[in-house]
Design a protein around this ligand. Structure first.
Ligand SMILES: [Fe+2]
Length: 426
């Protein structure tokens, strides 16, 4: 039998029963089989595919006949009809059996017999991705397919660049965040013991530095939020405390969020946070936002009503901007304040910006940067590079001064005022 796509035929193999075979050479990335839903159930059945916590679907043939392999040649992706498509993960030769990994969709499998895949990396028996070594506790379907088809891109100097397991782990956590829908619980990530140890190492070091180098308002907020130092908290448990303190909540982000989406969420009292952790080989360093940056840097600040109000104003300002220039200036002011801002104190500048406060390296150096008094004209003229320690920082005299400059700018600005500011500073 050939499918409508003429990509596969159905064969028979002793001991396995009906199998699905490539009917012609298949290219990597090609949709091999489109699965159409023929039935749904709240619980797992012998032939079902898990779609959500309480949604299991039956697919038509030949999708339903595709066997499991621990080294599959297809991954699955959601399709527009509520089913799954099977997409080639590598070139597949004519006659080769089409396989996918049952762990790709099933949270827990209890009734599967010993695996017959014969792959070198055979796990012996699929048990559901709840138990998968690459993604323990990531509660979502489609993570292997998504992860392999959209691998996490890291630059060659990233600590995780050559670590396949780290990249797969990041892809799995990102896929869960991608699948998240507003209003539903954030994906629960079961962090590994190694990740928990990385968190403990970083928090111990940062806690010591914050005592002497963080702004008093930030320290007050951190005490109120009371993040656990001995384990990585889940986004939802931090959200509960934050909401009680300032009305903010956290929602998962798969990685860097496009500016309009990021700021749009802030206007709605929602901060979009990544859930993956930096590479465990470098506990004190992350080249991009990770869960430690989001929680230690941003969530702590968001626990203070005055900082929370500034985040909200930045979001509302971004929402008013139609021009890229306007959005860029809102973002630049955010960078030089809520990401890398410092406040004057009797013993020298103290940080309240999330990037500095989540980096022990930058905490050790920021007082050596060129420190300028905060004003919007100067910020508009300044350049910045988010991948490096800041050589120029802006200091507010006080919280009042911060609110009267950055806060007032965000409260009033529109495309016209930004155009005028940029014309003057050009
Ligand atoms: Fe940040």
């Amino acid at each position: 039998m050939e499918t409508g796509t003429t990509a596969v035929t159905v064969g028979h193999e002793p001991g396995k029963g009906r199998t699905v075979l490539a009917a012609r050479p298949l290219e990597e990335g090609e949709t091999v089989v489109e699965g159409t839903v023929t039935g749904t159930s709240a619980v797992q059945t012998r032939m079902s595919f898990q779609k959500d916590w309480d949604l299991h679907i039956d697919l038509d043939e030949p999708a339903q006949l595709i066997n499991h392999s621990c080294a599959p040649n297809t991954g699955i992706v959601d399709n527009a009809r509520g089913g799954y498509d099977f997409v080639a993960l590598r070139p597949i030769a004519p006659g080769e059996e089409i396989t996918w990994d049952y762990d790709t969709t099933e949270w827990e499998i209890t009734s599967f017999a010993d695996c017959l895949c014969g792959a070198d990396e055979c796990r012996g028996r699929p048990r559901g991705h709840r138990h998968h070594p690459a993604a323990p506790g990531v509660p979502t379907a489609a993570y292997l397919g998504s992860g392999r088809l959209h691998p996490v891109e890291l630059p060659p100097d990233h600590p995780g660049f050559a670590d396949r397991a780290y990249r797969r782990r990041r892809a799995a956590i990102a896929a869960a965040a991608e699948a998240h829908r507003p209003g539903r619980p954030a994906p629960h990530v079961s962090y590994t013991e190694e990740e928990e140890a990385t968190w403990r190492t970083a928090l111990t070091r940062l806690g010591d530095l914050h005592t002497h180098l963080a702004a008093p308002e930030f320290l007050d907020a951190a005490r109120a939020l009371d993040l656990p130092a001995d384990r990585i908290p889940q986004l939802d448990e931090v959200s509960v405390r934050l909401t009680a303190l300032t009305g903010f909540r956290l929602e998962p982000a798969p990685g860097l969020v496009p500016l309009r989406r990021f700021y749009g969420s802030l206007a709605d009292s929602c901060f979009r946070a990544t859930q993956y952790l930096r590479h465990t080989a470098r506990p004190l360093y992350s080249p991009e936002p990770d869960v430690l940056h989001e929680l230690v840097g941003h969530a702590n600040a968001l626990a203070h009503p005055r900082f929370a109000a500034l985040y909200r104003l930045a979001g509302q300002a971004a929402a008013r901007m139609e021009s890229g220039q306007g959005l860029d200036l809102v973002s630049k002011v955010f960078w030089f304040t809520l990401e890398s801002g410092v406040l004057a104190a009797p013993d020298g500048p103290r940080a309240y910006g999330a990037s500095i406060l989540s980096s022990s390296g930058e905490l050790g150096q920021f007082r050596g940067a060129e420190i300028r008094r905060l004003d919007i004209d100067s910020v508009a003229r300044a350049e910045y590079d988010i991948t490096a320690y800041q050589s120029v920082l802006f200091q507010a005299d006080s919280m009042d001064h911060l609110e009267d400059t950055a806060g007032a700018f965000w409260a009033d600005c529109d495309d016209d005022t930004v155009a005028r500011l940029c014309a003057v500073s050009a």
